[in-house]
Design a protein around this ligand. Structure first.
Ligand code: FES
Length: 284
């Protein structure tokens, strides 16, 4: 069992848990993720590790309540436990001194970008971070990102915080001004990651994205997280989750995500009809 030590609401429907998980905290590296299960019959949920503290033996998980399982998870409180936490999984981010690294985070994707930005800063990079959300009230981790970045740009779709526009705007400006960028790391909605890839492609700037497709076992056995990268089939859970953005088949990724949407929706509607004790349907 893994205990929730602290719980915080970062934005509407976005929760942060600090979990007691000393073994995972000891080994975790930026870019890696865990798979959790609330109980025996629970669906497996992959979540990127947003932070880890080796001394305290804790890891931080941030999630958005989008489906039945994440809604149930969001109902748990400090002091309560979940059954399973497996990890750290996936390959860590390759961290070295690239000179200038641009870290782009969109929406909930800002959380996993944070340890990467911190790692890049510690490695001596000039870290320029660009974080964006639809509006100010759902923008998370502003202070945390400011603390690990040499420069921080904020964008919102509606202009309620920072620059009105998209995360690709400041990136485009940097590229157009001829500023030398060693690496761009982008995590967020698939469409955002695709736009970042298309922005840097003409300039040939190495760009990495972290993919979070549907995952089931997290061990490369089920094929649930298959993605096409450079015309090769890869498994996000073992070969990733980070890939060369210029080689990812984003169109295929969007199609696969859509395939699962109706199922997720009906399941969350179904679970929402259950009583206070949560869903007992055993189909998670
Ligand atoms: S989650 Fe099953 S192969 Fe990756």
């Amino acid at each position: 069992m893994f205990k929730i030590l602290t719980k915080q609401e970062l934005a509407p429907n976005v929760k942060m848990f600090e979990m007691d998980a000393p073994l995972i905290a000891r080994k975790a590296q930026p870019g890696q993720f865990v798979i959790l299960r609330i109980d025996e019959d629970g669906e497996r949920v992959p979540l990127t590790i947003a932070d880890f503290n080796r001394e305290k033996g804790t890891i931080t998980l941030i999630f958005q309540e989008v489906g039945g399982t994440t809604q149930l998870l969001g109902k748990l409180n400090e002091g309560e436990s979940i059954l399973d936490l497996v990890g750290p999984l996936g390959k860590p981010t390759h961290i070295e001194n690239f000179g200038t690294v641009v870290c782009v985070g969109g929406g909930i994707g800002i959380a996993p970008v944070y340890p990467i930005a911190r790692g890049m800063k510690e490695a001596g990079n000039n870290v320029v971070s660009i974080i964006g959300a639809r509006s100010k009230d759902i923008l998370i981790y502003e202070e945390e990102m400011a603390a690990v970045s040499n420069t921080l740009h904020i964008t919102t779709d509606d202009g309620s915080a920072g620059h009105k526009g998209f995360v690709t705007d400041p990136l485009k400006q940097m590229l157009e001004s001829g500023e030398k960028i060693g690496l761009v790391v982008a995590i967020g909605p698939v469409i955002m990651m695709r736009n970042v890839a298309e922005t840097t492609r003409p300039y040939g700037v190495p760009t990495v994205v972290s993919l979070n497709p549907i995952m089931v076992d997290g061990t490369g056995m089920c094929g649930g997280c298959r993605v096409s990268v450079g015309n090769e089939n890869k498994f996000a859970c073992v070969d990733g989750p980070e890939f060369d953005a210029h080689k990812v088949d984003f169109a295929g990724l969007v199609t696969r995500q859509r395939m699962y949407k109706p199922q997720e929706k009906s399941h969350s509607e179904h679970c929402a009809n259950h009583g206070k004790g949560g869903c007992q349907c055993h189909s998670h």
